[in-house]
Design a protein around this ligand. Structure first.
Ligand code: ATP
Ligand code: MG
Length: 563
């Protein structure tokens, strides 16, 4: 009886035994395994080592692929191209391997959690990912339902309406649930696919750049990445205390900044505002009153920030519950559901809302003052998570004088550039000649619950129309394709578990090397050589002693640059 939380940022695996769920640790002894995959030659790394390689080997590393589940988007890792299902299957395989080592037995049947707004295609993709990892998904559970199960809400009488507020690494989901007679019904689900803890880190990183006196936009990509990592650490400290001293190195110069929680909260004011809209939409859609809620539950690592708790308390005029660690609740609940499945008492978990699983919009371009055209931008018209049926329109102008046609290119997805989204179709609309920007069109997109997408463009001045009807092309692999890919995935060799501490240790030295400078770099270089030498020596006691000794120095360096 195993439950899995396959998250965008972190994943967890949990067993249900002796009447209670228990989270299992990975090969490094941690409960959270970052959902990051990196290829190192012919070996696959998943988890912390892979996350450190995002800094040192970005071209061989993929993260946040959960967003692309059920689409044909592929991720390039070195010379390999992998789909989201395949990358997810590697994360699942890692969780499985580690859990098997912890439990001393093989695992096959699992319950996996998925966001409530996942449509059939995205659910199928999750099941396929399990199959490719040698797991049998006996059931999927909606993430908010799992969180409710972790809190034991199914056992309470007289309480029926719950709100689950989930702010993870990259996504925000708010869900209203109703429990009645063994059925958990998702009444409304709304959210923002591009709002999560990482955005709070970025806001703090920008504030840090301002304090140093270098505007964020002027920083090189590398420097931005470093600052973001440092802001992430500062952010976590500021969840527990009022101020924090950050020492950091940027473009060769050292800086010491005192960051206060108030500074941080000020830098995040716009993000906090963005959290309100989906909440309002959720209540508007259901016609529910916030007073009718029996309980409000916080889930997701980012709800550890006091400003989030305050915002929720203010919005719902009550203290939200967070007695269970917010990063653990979904996995614990998935294991509870697994136990209920095994006893044939599984909670029926139905989704009543139909929401658009992806954003749908069109490609836009702009012309800079010097005449250069930059295109390929995605302009969503119907945003992800909009309750269906929905019909929205937007207007677009011509770019050149006397332009006679406008091209409408329709895409679905969540990436800002259309090249990273899925192309759904294209058509042209004739418009009268005129000055650039004086002519234009309205584009209306209508999306119905059966997955039919209708796009209609109307010329603003003469009313001429053109359009297209598309079927939502959530793309799923066929049984035959899954079987074929299963073989291919089995050919990927996981990094040996017994080496994992060493691999993660090396990845950490390399990441710090990129961050450090001067003497510290020399020191790290020396450590790298010494440690590689010890690895060649193959004396486990010596290797482990060295990790212990060097670990302290690494902590100091990490601390120096990041804290
Ligand atoms: N103490 C803390 N203070 C502030 N933020 C934190 C803290 N601990 C974790 N976080 C943030 O929580 C986020 C990760 O949350 P979580 O593990 O719940 O995400 P996830 O479920 O994998 O992602 P998603 O919900 O987007 O699928 C990260 O942005 C991390 O920085
Ligand atoms: Mg989550």
């Amino acid at each position: 009886m195993i439950g899995i939380d396959l998250g965008t940022t972190n994943s967890l695996i949990c067993v249900f035994e002796d009447g209670a769920p228990r989270l299992l640790t990975n090969a490094l002894g941690h409960l959270l395994t970052p959902s990051v995959v990196s290829l190192d030659g012919d070996k696959v790394l998943v988890g912390e080592a892979a996350r450190d390689r995002q800094t040192t080997h970005p071209k061989d590393t993929a993260a946040a692929f959960k967003r692309a589940m059920g689409t044909d988007t592929t991720f390039q890792l070195g010379r390999k191209k992998l789909r989201a299902e395949e990358l997810s299957s590697l994360v699942l395989r890692k969780l499985k391997d580690d859990a098997e080592a912890a439990l001393g037995q093989t695992i096959r049947d699992v319950v996996v959690s998925v966001p409530a707004y996942f449509n059939q295609g995205q659910r199928q993709a999750t099941i396929a990912a399990c199959a490719m990892a040698g797991l049998n998904a006996v059931r999927l559970v909606n993430e908010p339902t799992a969180a409710a199960l972790a809190y034991g809400l199914q056992d309470r009488d007289g309480e029926s309406q719950f709100l689950v507020f989930d702010l993870g690494g990259g996504t925000f989901d708010v869900t209203v649930l109703e429990h009645f007679d063994g059925v958990m019904e998702v009444k409304a689900s709304s959210g923002d696919a591009f709002l999560g803890g990482e955005d709070f880190s970025e806001a703090l990183a920008k504030a840090m750049a301002d304090k140093i006196g270098t505007p964020w936009a002027k920083l090189a990509k590398d420097a931005q990445h470093q600052l973001r990592l440092q802001a992430d650490v500062a952010k976590r400290h500021l969840s527990g205390k009022d101020d924090f001293e950050a020492r950091l190195k940027l473009d060769g110069a050292h800086h010491t900044l005192t960051l206060t929680r108030a500074d941080f909260e000020q830098a995040c004011a716009a993000l906090i505002k963005r959290l309100h809209r989906p909440i309002e939409r959720c209540f508007y859609d259901t016609g529910l009153d916030t007073d009718a809620l029996d309980r409000v539950i916080l889930v997701g690592g980012a709800t550890r920030m006091p400003m989030i708790r305050q915002m929720v308390a203010r919005q719902f005029k009550r203290l939200p519950e967070m007695t269970i660690d917010p990063d653990h609740a979904v996995a614990l609940g998935a294991a509870v559901q697994a136990a209920l499945v095994a006893e044939d008492r599984a909670l029926d978990d139905v989704v009543m809302t139909d929401v658009s699983p992806f954003s749908v919009g069109i490609e836009t371009a702009t012309k800079l003052k010097n005449g250069t055209v930059i295109g390929g931008f995605f302009q969503p018209i119907i945003e992800r998570n909009t309750p269906l049926p929905a019909s929205r329109q937007d207007s677009f102008g011509t770019m050149d004088d006397n332009q006679t046609q406008l091209r409408v290119d329709i895409y679905q997805g969540e990436a800002p550039k259309v090249s990273d989204n899925v192309h759904l179709g294209q058509f042209l609309l004739d418009v009268p000649k005129g000055k650039a920007g004086h002519e234009g069109m309205f584009v209306r997109i209508t999306y119905d619950p059966s997955g039919l997408i209708e796009v209609e463009a109307t010329s603003i001045t003469d009313g001429k129309k053109a359009g297209l009807v598309i079927r939502d092309n959530v793309s799923n692999l066929t049984e035959a394709e899954i079987a074929k890919r299963l073989k291919q995935m089995q050919a990927f060799k996981m990094h040996p578990r017994e080496d994992e501490e060493n691999t993660a240790f090396l990845a950490r030295i390399r990441r710090l090397y990129e961050m450090a400078s001067g003497d510290d770099r020399h020191l790290l270089q020396g450590m790298l050589m010494e440690f590689e030498g010890a690895l060649e020596g193959q004396d486990p006691a010596e290797i482990s002693r060295m990790r212990g000794d060097m670990g302290e120095t690494l902590d100091r360096i990490d601390d120096y640059y990041v804290s």
